[in-house]
Write a protein that binds this ligand. Structure first.
Ligand SMILES: Nc1nc2c(c(=O)[nH]1)N[C@H]1C(S)=C(S)[C@@H](COP(=O)(O)O)O[C@H]1N2
Ligand SMILES: [Mo]
Length: 322
């Protein structure tokens, strides 16, 4: 089958190039083979060989599953969760991977700055040496009212907070995604305030559920899931779980997140899941499974209240739902 590069996102979802090809395409670029990549990409056999170029972190997978986080439903098949994504830097549609041809997972440097003992930068593979990866099954609830269940691999956000060693005056962490319009086509769209920014209180970041994600389905994460570093905050609407993170800034000022800047009347800082608080344009009472189409009632804090409700004691009547 000949798939011309340009046609990737014109194809119907079912006919799009399988994930393996995109993975190997990025591996090829990562290995500095950019010049030959475009000719190889048209030929699956050659791409197959390129896929043998190892991800530098591949040996860390699969990580041991932490059974504390059980699901009440089946894991969403990878074929579905890897083709129904939100990643506005690359596409405003849901099939994002075909728009990620220029994305590279390495080199990737993470900066830690602001109100910390000593600001520093660290390469993702050095960061991975300082933490222990584990697998967790989490449900994910997008503010658009769809849901999925995914086996993330990563490490607790509290371990990163410990490495950062924040000063006593830090109250929040601002998290920033990469900015590179050469790689991410929509970052040339000036209607949006790139880079994508999100924030947490330090108490939220230290909650055991806050999970920095490097892999999914027992291997390094494909680009559309936010490789090589994203966060999973399963009690909050999905837009808080930013992808492509390059910076954590500790601060005493509440961060103004991307969607808050774009549409502050609809999206705020807290964004905790609550079935009783409707989005201004639609109900949040139920959610739709992206694979089965099944509708289920939305649960307060997306069903994770046992872990996080204490964080919001006394704040329940405030604007912590959007
Ligand atoms: N950098 C960045 N992170 C992002 C987004 C985005 O557009 N850019 N979309 C968010 C939204 S709205 C959701 S629902 C989740 C989707 O994650 P998934 O594609 O892995 O399902 O990513 C979140 N993180
Ligand atoms: Mo979302």
């Amino acid at each position: 089958m000949h798939i011309r590069r340009k046609r990737g996102w014109e194809l119907p979802e079912a006919a799009a190039t399988p994930e393996a090809l995109y993975l190997s395409r990025r591996d090829a670029l990562g290995a500095g083979a950019a010049l030959i990549a475009s000719s190889l990409l048209a030929r699956p056999a050659a791409a197959q060989r390129l896929s043998e170029i190892p991800d530098p972190s591949a040996g860390l997978y699969p990580a041991k599953r932490n059974d504390a986080y059980a699901l009440d439903r089946a894991i969403t098949p990878e074929a579905r969760s890897s083709t129904v994504n939100n990643y506005y830097e690359f596409s405003y549609g849901k099939n994002v991977a075909p728009s990620m041809t220029r994305f590279m997972r390495r080199p990737w440097t993470v900066k830690i700055d602001g109100m910390v003992e000593k600001p520093f930068e660290i390469g993702i593979d050095d960061l991975l040496k300082k933490v222990t990866l584990e697998e967790r099954l989490y449900r994910h609830r997008c503010v658009e009212a769809w849901s999925m269940a995914v086996p993330w691999t990563g490490f607790p956000m509290k371990d990163l907070v410990a490495l950062a060693n924040p000063t006593g005056s830090a109250k929040y962490i601002q998290m920033e995604a990469f900015l590179d319009p050469k790689v991410a086509p929509n970052q040339r769209d000036f209607r949006y305030p790139w880079p994508y920014v999100e924030g947490l209180t330090i108490a939220e970041a230290r909650n055991e559920l806050a999970f920095l994600v490097t892999g999914v389905y027992g291997k390094p994460a494909p680009g559309q899931f936010g490789a090589p570093l994203r966060i999973a905050l399963p009690w909050k609407y999905g837009f808080k779980s930013l992808k492509g993170i390059v910076r954590f800034t500790f601060t005493d000022i509440q961060p103004v997140s991307f969607w808050e800047q774009v549409q502050g009347s609809e999206y705020g800082f807290w964004a905790n899941v609550n079935p009783k608080v409707a989005h201004p344009r639609w109900s949040q009472a139920s959610e739709e499974d992206i694979t089965t189409g099944e509708r289920r009632p939305t649960l307060l804090y997306n069903g994770y209240g046992d872990y996080v409700a204490d964080l919001y004691k006394g704040l329940e009547t405030k604007k912590i739902w959007y």
